[in-house]
Design a protein around this ligand. Structure first.
Ligand code: KIV
Length: 284
């Protein structure tokens, strides 16, 4: 494994101050986290998108705290140095401030996360303030917030008209004042993201919101064609791991069927004398 320094909040703020883009990715398991660590990604989000990408549901809503903790622990083992964020799943912070603090605390205590993320604007400011006051770095999430996809009319760009864009710009400031250490802007028009970034004193991370943010996020399974149902327009495919795996699986089926697999290097043997002794034992 590469030697690299632990990514901390000061490291992220330094990057922002120096105009060095921050890299962020979602990740859900140990082997992928190992690769993410090798690549030197700054921020790793164990997203509740795992309900879709890993568990096969049609939305993020079925993800539970226990799912998130289990996967965050695995990711932490793979990437000890990235700034690891646990995504607070549906209804683990909406009901009350206390619920929010307790569940945020689980990510820190049980999965050694460096922070948490939750969705929502001004209506979540009290949760953000309380979590931050409990000493837990908390990232905000504005624009398309998948837990509210139904209320937002589906998975679509947010803030395309002036009134709605104004609300997102205001929300970003309110969340910053409430104590978020960074804000993720998902599927917000590029110039709205630019306005928010220019006004912000904390890192703004873009997911489909253009080049002006302090950093970029992509969903791991979209980058490598590992999610079969659809590819969001904003995602860039960096490699077709899905095809590599599928071709390997087809080859395996063929080789087993045609008795080409296994070969001697794929199995274990017993010494002749032990085998003879075994036959004698079985004869007794
Ligand atoms: O769950 C997730 O992966 C997310 C991203 C869509 C930002 O929240």
């Amino acid at each position: 494994m590469n030697e690299r320094k632990k990514v901390t909040l000061p490291v992220l703020y330094d990057k922002m101050a120096q105009g060095i883009p921050i890299t962020m990715i979602t990740c859900y398991d140990y082997p992928m986290a190992y690769l993410v660590e090798e690549a030197g990604i700054d921020i790793v989000l164990v997203g509740d998108s795992l309900a879709m990408t890993v568990l096969g549901y049609d939305s993020t809503l079925p993800a539970t705290m226990d799912d998130m903790i289990r996967h965050s622990q695995a990711v932490r083992r793979g990437t000890p140095n990235a700034f690891l964020i646990g995504d607070m799943p549906y209804m683990t912070y909406q009901p009350s401030v206390e619920t929010a603090i307790r569940n945020a605390g689980r990510f820190m205590a049980e999965a050694a996360c460096d922070g948490v993320k939750l969705e929502g604007g001004r209506e979540m400011a009290d949760r953000i303030e309380a979590i931050a006051n409990a000493g837990i770095p908390v990232m905000g999430h504005l624009g398309l917030t998948p837990q509210s996809a139904s209320a937002l009319g589906g998975f679509r760009v947010q803030g395309r008209d002036a009134e709605r864009a104004k609300r997102i710009v205001e929300d970003a400031k309110i969340l910053e004042e409430a104590g978020t250490f960074a804000i993720l802007l998902e599927m917000v028009p590029d110039r709205v993201c630019q306005l928010i970034t220019e006004r912000a004193n904390i890192p703004i991370i873009s997911l489909g919101s253009g080049p002006h943010a302090h950093g970029q996020l992509l969903i791991f399974h979209d980058m490598f064609r590992l999610y079969p149902k659809f590819k969001p327009r904003m995602a860039k495919v960096y490699g077709d791991a899905g095809s590599v795996i599928l071709n390997g699986l087809k080859q395996y089926v063929k080789e087993v069927t045609e008795r080409e697999f296994p070969q001697p290097e794929n199995w274990f043997t017993i010494k002749d004398e032990e085998y003879e002794a075994l036959l004698r034992l079985l004869d007794q």
